[in-house]
Write a protein that binds this ligand. Sequence first.
Ligand SMILES: CSC[C@H]1O[C@@H](n2cnc3c(O)ncnc32)[C@H](O)[C@@H]1O
Ligand SMILES: [Zn+2]
Length: 415
Amino acid sequence: MGLLIKNVELDGKETDVLIEGNRFKAIGADLNAPESDFLEGQGMAVVPTFVNGHTHASMTLMRSYADDLELHDWLTNYIWPLESKLGEEDIYHGARLACLEMIKSGTTCFNDMYWHFHGVARAVEEMGLRAVLSSVFIDFSDEAKAAEQRELTMRLFEESKRYSDRIGFALGPHAIYTVSESSLRWIKSFADEHGLLIHIHISETEKEVEDCVALCGLRPVEWLQKIGFLGCNIVAAHAIHVTDKEIHLLAKNGVKVVHNPVSNMKLASGSFSYARMREHGVEVSLGTDGCSSNNNLCMLEEMKMAALHAKLVHNDPTVLSAREAFNMATLEGAKALRLDCGEIAEGKLADCMLVDLSNHRLAPGYQLIDDLVYSADTSCIDTVICDGRILMQNGCVEGEEEIVAEARRYATTFQ
Ligand SMILES: CSC[C@H]1O[C@@H](n2cnc3c(O)ncnc32)[C@H](O)[C@@H]1O
Ligand SMILES: [Zn+2]
């Protein structure tokens, strides 16, 4: 069974798009597929859906719970105490709310790091999105805890195979200040052995850098290079406080960096240097981070913030164009996660959305990509498709009232 989208605009031209199974089968004029479902695309444009490169989906339950705080204060005194009370059901309901929000804002794929792997996986499976879910690793340099976490990682890796192809497994060492050197070495060798990605926060705050220098005489990226941790399977969130030498090491090792402009600004973590990353050839994608430091999962907003922030810090309006922001939010994210989505082309995974060209925010309509980055909001998104399946049509997602009500109910139980 397929899906035929008729008379839709793609790259400024009207065309038809045929999806068969979970991939784009054909793109061209006057396609026929009598056996397929049909979508009228007149007045709409088809664009790739977003890939959120770094988030903690279930933190939707902590939206506006602890705002206007510095990162280490926020984590230690507010977030971690609350998270210690969360069970798998809480996390499932938080992840469902996140999936709903992502679908409604045009995201169909995300790279997640959170507790209770199965709670998140169940939500993603049911809601029809695509995700790379990492098994969290935090040991605070306690050997007993580290042994427990190694066991859990190996178990979850096996158990993750029960889910559909839309769910990938990665390792999730939280950061260098929460995971010991020996655990980082173990994580890297486990990931290399099994061909897995590693999702980690790196150089997010000045404190992280100062503590690392005080402890090992090296900055975080230099130290990670020394212990053999860096490589092309590392997806590093933030990478804000990095010298040119460290950026060179990231590029040389093929580390994928995820920029989270809203979270970086809200926590005043620091200024990401997009231009320096590009000069050195680092591959940069875009993420929202969790809902407690953002406070939403909207990649439209993230693209605009990334572009505006880069122009401001580099004092140059030509830095980080709308097209670059859009690529960071789509194809670059897919590449970092080694997924075959992020662009509309024959043979690629069928993840896409239809935007309503009659929406006032897209008028008069000189450049669709510029409009999506600088002007659009979620009201412009009509239809969202992931893996060839329609997840939203006419702006509606099945069961949305119940998802929101359940998340509200669960959030009140642990406060
Ligand atoms: C180990 S699960 C993820 C862990 O990370 C915490 N977290 C959320 N946002 C950030 C951030 O910007 N920097 C560091 N840690 C963050 C989250 O609360 C979970 O405990
Ligand atoms: Zn994070």
